[in-house]
Design a protein around this ligand. Structure first.
Ligand code: ANZ
Ligand code: ZN
Ligand code: ZN
Length: 811
């Protein structure tokens, strides 16, 4: 047996020594940027599921590189963040030591997969040289008013001891601790004002032509652009706005509901109602727009009334759990006749229900469809759809309402009360207030020594906390919150373009050359958070004048999930992981790579199977054997083989381009099966086609057959002439073989012996069959045209032959 291990080692070290995957900007050379999502370097290392992900990118990269493109294919680690901090604490180690060990292991494993990264561009987000630029971006956001502090009702996980973003709360529970109910606290937090970009983020989804439709739909939903009307209601002589998409129901408002988390709720709670409201507030949990439907509607009367600007009616105001504080204005006009949530609330608290659109039965439930306006003053008789326009106009004229667009997208809460993140570069001074750390003093380094356990670790390091105010040089204190780890993955793809720049975040020219990312590969789970944040950063940095494009990634490819042999998604916690090292020892890594992409197209889920990989193994062994022993004679390949090769080149090229790796592999295998004696050019073309999948053995065989240079840098073959005649012949021969085999089976079952096969074709069809291909049958086969006078035809079978269906006689 061949030692695949030593072949892999040999080529991995040669590739590295000769720096063949290192790239720089080349004028006049077309660039291509392949990127996989920034991985978190988990200490348990890579399993086959990760290998699958990276193999998809590596195959694509190798293919594009051989096509003569200047390909950027970098790797780095999203090494800051909660998981690393938690794991380190659990293991009793410092997060830095723990993370660095994990990264080392990751790199070793990735190298063993034969991935062709340009390792000189490696970035790690826990390097001060990296997070310095996180802080730099923060300062620029701060300057533009896009980084700001506000008191906010925040989701707080007691186990993580930190604030969570809305996205990190799943069904009221922490996304890491499915068993921990998230609590609400009011804290001063740092936010990025992503909502300033909501409209552009929403509208530019249209530009993402090569992104999966479902990801785009999820983003549309998440950003949630809503066209409605804002209306002014008067409460205790003051104006309060509400947002509605159903201005046609304004005559049906019978009460108002203000969010229980509204920051000004207490302003409208009367002394008499205060105990009741406070009691209600203690009972409820926070709400997000997502879980409004399932909620049991609850509330408490505030004691105040609002004046409906259209009817001048005085209507009671309730505090309620089904209105969210940070959507619209945190208050709604309730129309129980036409909104089911309001209907349920009205029933519960005995509030009037008024019908203003006909068509339903509001005694049973709210009527939410369109209809004809009733009980609506001068709008009676109009269709509710038309009334929407007319009422907005009417409100506009009375100066009590106007058109309004609302977004569901929230400002991005970036404060984390954790250690393992980029420190927020802010200082608090008694004299000057909030003072940004001057750019020259960056990075604000994470101190090594902190105490974990209670509250915010950075606050436990006195030297870190107590500083001089950069402004007045007086006593001041540092911000002890760190930034959400998602900031790191929001711009890392830009840093790869100029990873070692000490003076700037990156050189604009370098980024202009490489960006945008041409193909971005990663999982569907990132449809909302990361994939919105990195679009936001791109737009912000563009507005700073650093970028000249609007969107970071041209094409997004979502790979499927690898399932373990038990059928469940491969994961350490499931205990069903298959390790690349072990597979590699048994079968060689090329076999594993080939197998991973042979099963299905890479956007589909696949199941690992030890039987399955045997098939790939046999193929790799056959290829290795064949090319090791190959001797090139003087003979040129037949026209037929050349045509087949060209056809394979054409189709494999297209299949890889469109990520149909599985189909490409089938065609490569079929080409190999048709080989007998081949010339050197054909041998080289074949190895080129196979090399993105099996780079090590192909490189070895390339050298064995005496070809020059690295196969990894060889030129991708170009398809020459394809003769469809051969294609047709192959098909008809295949059919004839099947027919003969069927007859042979019948004879065998009857116990009759067969010695020789005679085939009779119509005269013009005689050349439609390859005699040498018929040898597969294992018996001598002779083909006659029916008009051949010398044919051997003892039972006159030839009279049965039909177009496309020759007669057969078996002796
Ligand atoms: C009156 C009304 C009558 C409404 C009716 C609906 C039906 P989208 O499409 O999501 O924008 N709303 C406004 N602010 C809210 C908040 N902070 N929390 C919960 N609900 C809020 O939905 C807009 C509708 O959601 C608005 O239209 C408002 O209720 C409610 F028959 O106003 B509607
Ligand atoms: Zn948690
Ligand atoms: Zn000061």
């Amino acid at each position: 047996m061949v030692s695949f291990k030593s072949i892999e080692k040999k080529w991995q070290s040669r590739w590295q020594k000769k720096k063949i995957f290192e790239v720089s900007e080349k004028k006049g050379r077309k660039k291509y940027y392949v990127l996989e999502m920034f991985p978190y370097p988990s200490s348990s290392g890579l399993h086959m599921g990760h290998a699958f992900n990276y193999t998809i990118g590596d195959i694509y990269t190798r293919f594009k590189r051989m096509q003569g493109l200047n390909v950027l294919y970098p790797m780095g680690y999203d090494s800051l963040g909660l998981p690393a901090e938690n794991a380190a604490i659990k293991a009793g180690q410092h997060p830095r030591a723990y993370t660095e060990k994990s990264i080392k292991n990751f790199i070793k494993q990735q190298k063993e997969l034969g991935l062709s990264y340009d390792w000189t561009r490696l970035v790690k987000s826990h390097d001060a040289e990296y997070y310095k630029w996180d802080q730099w971006i923060f300062l620029h956001m701060f300057k533009k008013g896009l980084a700001f502090r506000k008191k906010a009702s925040v989701n707080y996980c007691n186990k993580c001891q930190t604030v969570l973003a809305n996205e990190q709360v799943h069904d009221g529970k922490c996304w890491r601790h499915e068993d921990t109910q998230v609590e609400i606290k009011q804290l001063e937090q740092w936010f990025f004002k992503i909502t300033d970009y909501a409209n552009e983020l929403y509208e530019d989804i249209k530009k993402l032509k090569d992104w999966p439709e479902d990801v785009k739909a999820m983003q549309e939903n998440w950003i949630g652009k809503s066209h409605g009307t804002e209306i002014d209601f008067t409460i205790n002589g003051k104006k309060w706005k509400i947002f509605t998409t159903r201005q046609d129901t304004i005559y049906g408002v019978t009460f108002m509901v203000i969010s229980a988390q509204h920051p000004k709720l207490m302003e409208i709670v009367t002394a008499k109602q205060k105990p009741g409201v406070l009691n209600f507030l203690r009972k409820i949990k926070t709400t997000s727009m997502k879980d409004l439907e399932e909620l049991d509607k609850e509330g408490a009367f505030t004691g105040s009334y609002a004046v409906n600007p259209v009817t001048n009616e005085k209507i009671p105001i309730y505090a309620g759990n089904f209105v969210v504080a940070d959507y619209g204005y945190g208050m709604v006009m309730a129309v129980p006749g036409h909104d089911q949530r309001d209907w349920e609330f009205a029933k519960k608290y005995n509030l009037p229900i008024k019908e203003v659109i006909s068509g339903g039965n509001i005694k049973e439930r709210a009527y939410t469809d369109e209809g004809i306006m009733i009980n609506s003053g001068k709008f009676n008789g109009v269709s509710s759809e038309k009334a929407k326009e007319e009422i907005t106009e009417y409100l506009n004229k009375k100066k009590v309402g106007r058109k309004k667009i609302e977004f569901r997208l929230k400002d991005w809460l970036i404060s984390r009360q954790r250690y393992w993140g980029a420190p927020i570069p802010i200082v608090y001074c008694d004299n000057c207030g909030i003072v940004p750390v001057p750019e020259k003093q960056l990075p604000v380094r994470l101190p090594e020594k902190v105490k974990f356990g209670k509250g915010n670790p950075l606050a436990t390091n006195k030297k870190f906390v107590n500083v001089k105010c950069p402004n007045c040089k007086g006593k001041a204190k540092r911000e002890t919150d760190t930034m959400d780890t998602f900031v790191n993955s929001s711009w890392y793809f830009l840093r790869y373009c100029d990873a070692k720049n000490k003076k700037q975040i990156f050189d604009k020219k370098k980024v202009a050359y490489w960006m945008p990312v041409d193909t971005y590969i990663g999982g569907k789970e990132h449809a909302c958070m990361h994939l919105i944040y990195f679009r936001f950063y791109t737009k912000f940095l563009r507005d700073l004048g650093l970028l000249k494009f609007d969107e970071p990634a041209v094409r997004l490819f979502n790979q499927g999930m690898l399932h373990g042999p038990d059928g469940a998604v491969m994961s350490k916690s499931r205990g069903n992981v298959v390790l690349p090292e072990e597979v590699s020892k048994k079968y060689g890594i090329d076999t594993a790579r080939l197998f991973l992409v042979s099963l299905a197209s890479p956007d589909k889920d696949i199941i690992w199977s030890d039987n399955g990989i045997q098939g790939s193994m046999r193929f790799v062994n056959k290829v290795y054997d064949y090319f090791s022993k190959i001797k090139f004679g003087k003979i040129k390949d037949s026209a037929r083989l050349k045509s087949k090769l060209n056809k394979t080149i054409k189709e494999v090229t297209k299949d890889i381009q469109e990520f149909r790796y599985n189909l490409a592999v089938i065609k490569i295998k079929q080409l190999f099966d048709s080989f007998d004696k081949i010339d050197k050019k054909t041998a080289e073309s074949f190895l080129k086609l196979l090399s993105p999948f099996c780079p090590h053995i192909c490189e070895e065989l390339w050298q064995k057959i005496g070809s020059k240079g690295f196969l990894s840098l060889a030129e991708w073959p170009v398809a020459g002439k394809i003769d469809e005649k051969f294609e047709k012949q192959e098909k008809s021969t295949q059919k004839l073989v099947e027919d003969i085999n069927n007859i042979l089976t019948i004879l065998k079952n009857r116990g009759q012996k067969a010695n020789k096969v005679y085939v009779y074709t119509l005269p013009r069809e005689k050349d439609d069959y390859f005699e040498e291909d018929l040898e597969k049958i294992g018996l001598p086969v002779k083909i006659f045209a029916v008009d051949d006078k010398n044919k051997f035809d003892p039972t006159n079978k030839s009279k049965n032959s039909k177009p496309g269906k020759p007669a057969i006689y078996i002796e």
